[in-house]
Design a binder for this molecule. Structure first.
Ligand code: FES
Ligand code: FE2
Length: 369
């Protein structure tokens, strides 16, 4: 994980109203923590959408997530202890079943007391492990009925044997800025110039086909930019054309697939809101490109993320002063679609009507990058 240096953190404080709407999308899965970070008999902490969570793994291997707050007096449950089955609060010793968050013991009760222990619950969130992450389904009430919860998202892979690696990076911004940064084609030649990828001089006009898909949009299969060395290498190795498809899906996900002959590369980036002024990119990539070792990929991947992070830290400095911003055609059109998708989803949840898609059909966008 690329943490921000302590020097960068103080500029992240926002003036925003702590009680106001933070612009989060509830009722979706978000990656909370890496799978390897939770162990039996140990409690871990994470924050998603400004909700503090305590996570762990039961003795039979199941991941769980509770609100990190005891329903008795609110002390974080993460100060308590976990025997692999129940979480015991550090303050008065109430114990909660880790998987259901149902209270199983209140030590102060006597046979004279009428309180029904089993009616007491801690906040509790559906939790699934996939692709090396612990995903948590964040419903606003902290309690989603099991039927309302879809399966957590899976990274597409195209065979049994592949390499997989994970990268993460904190950004000092609202999730919306993180997401539009992720889908922004025009910053490449400026932020990501480097000898191994591309130079600023290689900027040229591009046109890309987009089409609507449920809850998002797709940059249709195309041959990726001829100005980057890795794609030229891939084509040389397979002798087959290289095609890339990129999807954006609400609430926060960019999926990219690259195929050339039998070789493939698949990646997913999610931008997860931690607080209204902090988000985190989780990037997972899998591939069967025999010539690409994990260490080499991580070296370049981390360099890329650090470039984006540096830019977002600088941007946060400017955003403190509430500037007016612009979204221009065509390079910022995907960002406009994102905002429209989000608004339409919230509308449809409010009215109960079907969600309108902001795109009427396929569109070709033109930009230089
Ligand atoms: S605060 Fe947790 S048991 Fe009292
Ligand atoms: Fe970038």
């Amino acid at each position: 994980m690329i943490h921000m240096s302590e020097a960068a953190r103080p500029i992240l404080k926002t003036e925003s109203d702590p009680a106001g709407d933070a612009g989060f999308l509830w009722d979706f899965w978000y990656p909370a923590i890496r799978s390897r970070e939770i162990r039996p008999r140990q409690l871990s902490k994470a924050m998603l959408l400004e909700v503090p969570l305590v996570l762990g793994r039961t003795l039979d291997g199941k991941a769980f997530a509770m609100r990190d707050s005891c329903p008795h007096r609110g002390i974080p449950l993460s100060y308590g202890c976990f025997d692999g089955k129940t979480v015991e609060c550090s303050y008065h010793g109430w114990r909660f079943d880790a998987l259901s968050a149902q209270c199983v013991e209140i030590p102060s009760l006597t046979s004279q007391n009428k309180l029904k222990v089993e009616r007491v619950f801690a906040g509790h969130y559906p939790c699934e492990e996939r692709d090396g992450y612990v995903w948590v389904f964040m419903s606003e009430q902290g309690r989603a009925s099991a039927e309302a919860v879809p399966a957590s998202p899976a990274l597409p892979v195209f065979g049994e044997r592949y390499k997989i690696t994970h990268l993460a990076c904190e950004l000092p911004s609202h999730v919306d800025q993180g997401i539009i940064g992720l889908m922004d084609p025009a910053h490449g030649p400026f932020v990501h110039q480097s000898w191994f990828w591309r130079s600023r001089r290689s900027i040229h006009e591009k046109q890309k086909q987009f089409k609507p898909i449920p809850s998002g949009f797709r940059m249709s299969a195309h041959s990726p930019s001829s100005n980057s060395a890795p794609y030229r290498l891939l084509k040389k190795v397979t002798g087959a054309p290289v095609t890339t498809t990129i999807d954006f899906l609400l609430p926060n996900m960019r999926l990219e697939e690259i195929h050339s002959g039998k070789l493939w590369f698949s990646s997913r980036a999610t931008v997860t809101p931690v607080r209204r002024d902090l988000c985190r990119i989780d990037f997972v990539a899998a591939w069967n490109l025999f010539f690409l070792p994990v260490s080499l990929f991580r070296f370049f991947g981390e360099a890329f993320l650090r470039q984006d992070q540096q830019t977002m830290i600088q941007q946060a400095e400017g955003l403190k002063h509430n500037p007016h911003l612009m979204l221009i055609d065509d390079a910022d059109r995907p960002a406009k679609w994102y905002f429209a998708l989000k608004a339409n989803l919230l509308d449809s949840r409010r009215t109960g009507a079907a969600m309108r898609h902001p795109m009427e059909g396929p569109v070709t966008l033109h930009w230089r990058s």
